[in-house]
Design a binder for this molecule. Sequence first.
Ligand code: ATP
Ligand code: MG
Length: 360
Amino acid sequence: MPPTTELTEEKVLETLRTVKFPGLSRDIVSFGFVKDLAVGGGNVSFRLEITTESPRAAEEIERDAKEKLRSLPGVNAVTVRMSVQPPSMAAPRGAAGVAPADPALLRDVRFKVAVASGKGGVGKSTVAANLALALAKLGLRVGLMDSDIYGPSQQMMMGIDEKPFINPENQIVPIERYGVKVMSLGFLMDVDQPVIWRGPMVMKAVEQFLQDVAWGHLDFLLIDLPPGTGDAQLTLTQKIHLSGAVIVTTPQDVSLIDARKGLAMFQKVNVPVLGIIENMSYFICPKCGHREEIFKHGGGEKTAKQLRVPFLGEIPLDPKVAIGGDSGRPIVAGEPSSPVTASYLGIAEAIQRTLETTSP
Ligand SMILES: Nc1ncnc2c1ncn2[C@@H]1O[C@H](COP(=O)(O)OP(=O)(O)OP(=O)(O)O)[C@@H](O)[C@H]1O
Ligand SMILES: [Mg+2]
């Protein structure tokens, strides 16, 4: 018997990350296909849960994964349980009494991406606004929709104080700021009148909102979701055929636990999670430029690894971000050459690249 090299789960995952979906540049680990991985005594076993219309692609993935793992030092046996399902059967879309995804809805929008978090206050709306601006800077046509009924904030963040008008087709025309078309449920609400929304009303409002806005042709529609996993999120993920979701977290442990919940929700409804963004990651002293790790740094990246989704990048805690948000001029517009803007541009490029390579 040859001496066994220590075989770890990490080494197995590293190998599986070299197995790509046939014809795509994305790997099977980042797609979330690898489930129940167990490594011990030279044996590797896992389940491959693949959503595809092509059984041949699934066979190719299985063969490639087995071949690569068998040539890994220390591996004696590889057991793969396959579970392949076509996209239409794969998701419990239509659960919770909501109609399944409507293909006609937002037909002229190429990529629909939700910006989500399990927990409130992690900077989701700030990230959505700045990411929208960053995507627009890449030359893309971008829309930003604030679907947070309970606390819409894009009006303030994008500096909008007028109300949108209705076109002759009876559609609401989004308001354009910094090259981004913005629509918020807040436009339709009276600021001084707190509205008590109940579940069915939330769903109706969101649904109507999706149908009656004149977005025109867009490359990206970013959807700023309310925190948590309630009715609005479910309606959205079920009604729109979301291209993917981005999860925002902060480095604290509690927030990472919440990020996991957010991820689980999207996986349940079969929406690909494009990755995790760690916001308020570290602090750069505005006076001396010193980088200060306020929280245990790198938690977002670690969680992304554990959850097997890409880590999209980190955004520092910078008072200018908050000032930009409060004054209606997001930092990507206000401070175009700041490190924060550079982070956003990098994340925007990563998201665009992922979607371009994985979408038909
Ligand atoms: N990187 C950052 N540096 C400094 N302040 C930030 C940063 N990101 C967000 N903030 C500030 O943190 C606060 C919360 O951000 P934001 O409203 O975007 O969070 P949220 O997750 O959308 O909250 P909610 O769950 O209430 O919708 C805001 O005051 C915002 O300006
Ligand atoms: Mg918000």
